[in-house]
Design a protein around this ligand. Structure first.
Ligand code: GDP
Ligand code: MG
Length: 439
């Protein structure tokens, strides 16, 4: 999806004058891109109609940068399509807040239950209870108990003979007794939607009156995800959607259609298998990501989670000004290491997805030690001004650090690329503010 849209966008971006013909061509491309990405037909139709109306209207014609104005409209409409504002998680007036997780088998319910519990504790300082109400597979109970151990959080389970409705009721009692303020019920799924499953879920719902029902859907399943969302919502009137596996090679269509079809917000996005890989879903950022502007905000937020506020500010400053040195590079590597796999980070940086070579950079412990050795073999002057690093200096550094010259070269090249990337990022940001509209 992103590729196709990006091509179209490159074409229209620099235009000084946008004619009706231009808009027509662009909307045709956008339409094809969306349909190709499995976006629901009716959704596409409305979407295109909105864009057309706005793009040939006054706001574009009177703008100084019509090309960019059109992009802005596309982005705003994409954002609106995915829900506009980001949404919040419910909190009951009288705790515990009950959240029920529903969805097909393999969608990511159990994993997301763990992730959500982790998030509730980390971000909101809450005390969740995990409830194993998927009694049909012993492995499902074990899975949740393992997550509970990993998180050091209580899990309520009653084996495979117990009735899921009873389990939910008992768990609620336990949470009240033990002053736990969130109850997360992990329910059973099926490979396909069926009546028995729905009956059971409806029964649980009627018994515990959940404050939220999160429908967990696998973003990789494209249009199917939308159909699934539609029927679960019809039966259970869910309160929000969690879109999982957005880290995978998804076509992105599900994110665009679900809100439009169900009129329920996407609240969270699963970005990996690990327990900290759940993000609040930001429609605006997702739209940027789809349009290839990169997700600089998420990147900065991620940095903020892992380093303290002040350090994050400095990091942000340095990224913006692209004025960092090898000393900063060394320091940042340590921080990057705390942020998770580099690939995740690269995906968020505009243009970085095109730099395939960078994806192979591995920041493992050993390599960090090597990089450290190389940088420490540089003089203070060289660290501040890498342009000094000619061949003979490089040779000296290689000798000093006990690494090969080619390794030294590679590091310097990586450093340059990183710098370039940051410059690009800064340009994009300025572009967004309308100061600079090139390319
Ligand atoms: P359930 O049957 O709905 O409870 O699904 P599970 O929670 O057991 O998840 C099924 C599989 O999907 C597991 O292998 C998870 O690790 C994986 N999974 C869940 N969420 C994500 C995600 O956001 N990204 C990726 N890559 N994998 C996920
Ligand atoms: Mg499960």
């Amino acid at each position: 999806l992103a590729d196709r849209l990006q091509n179209t966008i490159q074409k229209i971006k620099g235009k000084g004058k946008v004619t009706e013909q231009d808009v027509k061509e662009m909307t045709r491309e956008v339409r094809l891109a969306l349909l190709e990405a499995d976006v629901n037909f009716k959704v596409v139709k409305d979407f295109i109609k909105n864009i057309k109306e706005r793009a040939v209207g006054q706001e574009v014609m009177e703008s100084l940068t019509p090309g960019q104005q059109v992009i802005k409209i596309v982005k705003e409409e994409l954002t609106a399509l995915m829900g506009g504002e980001e949404s919040r998680i419910a909190a009951a007036d009288r705790p515990p807040t009950v959240i029920m997780m529903v969805g097909l088998q393999g969608a990511g319910k159990t994993t997301t239950t763990g992730k959500l519990a982790n998030l509730l504790r980390k971000k909101y300082n809450r005390k969740p209870l995990l409830v194993a109400a998927d009694v049909y597979r012993p492995a499902a109970i074990d899975q949740l108990e393992t997550l509970g151990k990993q998180l050091d959080m209580p899990v309520y389970s009653a084996g495979t003979d117990a009735n899921p409705v009873d389990i939910a009721n008992e768990a609620l009692e336990k949470a009240k007794e033990e002053h736990l303020d969130y109850v997360l019920i992990d329910t059973a799924g099926r490979l396909h939607i069926d009546g028995d499953l729905m009956d059971e879920l409806i029964q649980i719902k009627n018994n515990v009156s959940p404050d939220e029902i999160f429908l967990v859907v696998d973003a990789m399943t494209g249009q199917d995800a939308v159909n699934v969302a539609e029927s679960f919502n019809e039966q259970l009137d869910v309160s929000g959607v969690v879109l999982t596996k957005l880290d995978g090679d998804t076509r992105g269509g599900a994110a665009l259609s679900i809100k439009a079809v169900t009129d329920k917000p996407i609240k969270f996005a699963g970005m990996g298998e690990k327990l900290d890989q759940l993000e609040v879903f930001h429609p605006e950022r997702m739209a940027s990501r789809i349009l290839g502007m990169g997700d600089v905000l998420s990147l900065i937020e991620k940095a903020q989670d892992n380093v303290d506020e002040k350090r994050a500010k400095e990091l942000e400053e340095k990224m913006r000004s692209a004025s960092f040195t090898f000393d900063d590079f060394l320091e940042q590597m340590g921080q990057v290491r705390n942020m998770g796999p580099l690939e995740d980070l690269l995906d968020m940086i505009p243009g970085a997805n095109k730099m395939k070579g960078l994806k192979n950079v591995e920041f493992d412990e050993k390599q960090i030690a090597h990089v450290e050795a190389i940088i420490q073999s540089m003089t203070a002057q060289e660290r501040q001004d890498p342009s000094l690093l000619n061949a003979s200096r490089r040779k000296r550094i290689a000798r000093g650090s006990g690494r090969s010259v080619s390794e030294v070269n590679r590091l310097i090249k990586q450093f340059d690329e990183m710098k370039k990337m940051m410059k690009q990022m800064t340009n994009m940001q300025q572009g967004k503010k309308g100061k600079k509209g090139k390319k």
